[in-house]
Design a protein around this ligand. Structure first.
Ligand code: NAD
Length: 243
C-alpha cells in the first residue's frame, strides 16, 4: 500500500502529540504537515520529520487526509478551505460543535469526505450499540443518566462522547434531557463515561474507561485510512468499523 500523507490540525496538543506518535509507528502513513495555531512559539521547530507550521492552505496541497483535534471554528475553516485544494478528506475528532457548526459540517460534507466522531475508540462504538439495545429492551419509565469524567483542561461539557451516548439512548427509545447529563473535570483523567439505567428496584451501569490517549489516535488513524477513497459524505466511527 502506498503511504498515506497525513496532516494534523492541532499537532502540538494532547491528541496531536498522541497522533504524531502513532503515525511514526505506522508503516502505511506519513506525517507531511503538523499544524499549530498562528503565533505559537514552536512554529518552525521539529514535529517529527516535518516542521510545525500554521499554513493550512499549503498543508492541504500535500495531504491525502487532514486529521483534526483542535477546535470547532478551526476545523470548519479548514473544511471550507478544502474546496479549492487537492485534499478532500477530513477526519475530525474535535468536540464542542454548536448546532450551527454541526450544520456547517453537514454542508461541507456535500463536497468532501468527512469522518466525525467525538470518540474514536472501538470500545465506545460497542458501548453505543449496547446502550441502544438496553434502552430498547427496558420499560420507558426507567430513569437514564450519563456521567462523563475528564481532565481539568477539557473545554466542553457534557463531552462529545456523553452526547453520543445520549443519542444512543434516544435511538433505543429512552430520551434524556440536559439535566440528566453530569460532568466532572478532575486531574488528568483521560476519559470515563457511565450510562446509568434504573428503576425503583434495580440499576444497570455501563462504563467505558480510556486508559491511554493512544486509543483515540489509533482510531483516528484507522478512520483516516478508511476514508481515503470513500465517496464524499458525512461518516462516523460506526461506518468506519462496519458495526
Ligand atoms: P489541546 O488543547 O491539547 O489541543 C488542541 C490544540 O489545537 C492546541 O495545541 C491549540 O493550540 C491547537 N490549535 C488552536 N488553533 C489552531 C489553529 N488555528 N491551527 C492549528 N492548531 C490550532 O486539546 P486536546 O486534548 O488535544 O483535544 C482537542 C479536541 O479533541 C477537543 O475538542 C477534545 O474534546 C477532542 N478529543 C476528541 C477525542 C476523540 O476521540 N474524538 C479524544 C480526545 C479529545
Amino acid at each position: 500500500m502506498a503511504s498515506v500523507n497525513i496532516g494534523i490540525l492541532g499537532a502540538a496538543g494532547r491528541m496531536g502529540c498522541a497522533l504524531r506518535a502513532e503515525i511514526a509507528k505506522h508503516e502505511d502513513t506519513k506525517l507531511v504537515a503538523a499544524l499549530v495555531a498562528p503565533g505559537t512559539e514552536m512554529l518552525g521547530t521539529d514535529a517529527g520529520g516535518v516542521k510545525f507550521t500554521s499554513d493550512i492552505r499549503a498543508a492541504l496541497e500535500i495531504c491525502d487526509v487532514l486529521i483534526d483535534f483542535s477546535s470547532p471554528k478551526v476545523a470548519i475553516d479548514a473544511a471550507l478551505m478544502m474546496f479549492g485544494t487537492p485534499c478532500k478528506v477530513l477526519v475530525t475528532g474535535t468536540t464542542g460543535y454548536s448546532a450551527t457548526e454541526e450544520k456547517a459540517l453537514v454542508q461541507a460534507a456535500k463536497a468532501i469526505t468527512l469522518v466525525k466522531s467525538g470518540n474514536f475508540s472501538i470500545g465506545i462504538c460497542v458501548l453505543e450499540n449496547l446502550v441502544t439495545k438496553a434502552a430498547a429492551a427496558l420499560p420507558n419509565d426507567w430513569d437514564a443518566d450519563i456521567l462523563d469524567i475528564h481532565h481539568n483542561q477539557k473545554k466542553d461539557a457534557p463531552s462529545g462522547t456523553a452526547l453520543m451516548l445520549g443519542r444512543a439512548l434516544a435511538t433505543g427509545g429512552q430520551n434524556i434531557d440536559p439535566s440528566e447529563f453530569a460532568s466532572l473535570r478532575h486531574g488528568g483523567v483521560i476519559g470515563e463515561h457511565s450510562v446509568f439505567l434504573g428503576s425503583d428496584m434495580e440499576t444497570i451501569t455501563l462504563t467505558h474507561t480510556a486508559l491511554d490517549r493512544a486509543v483515540f489516535a489509533k482510531g483516528a488513524l484507522t478512520a483516516a485510512l478508511w476514508a481515503v477513497g470513500q465517496d464524499k459524505g458525512l461518516y462516523d466511527m460506526q461506518d468506519v468499523l462496519g458495526l
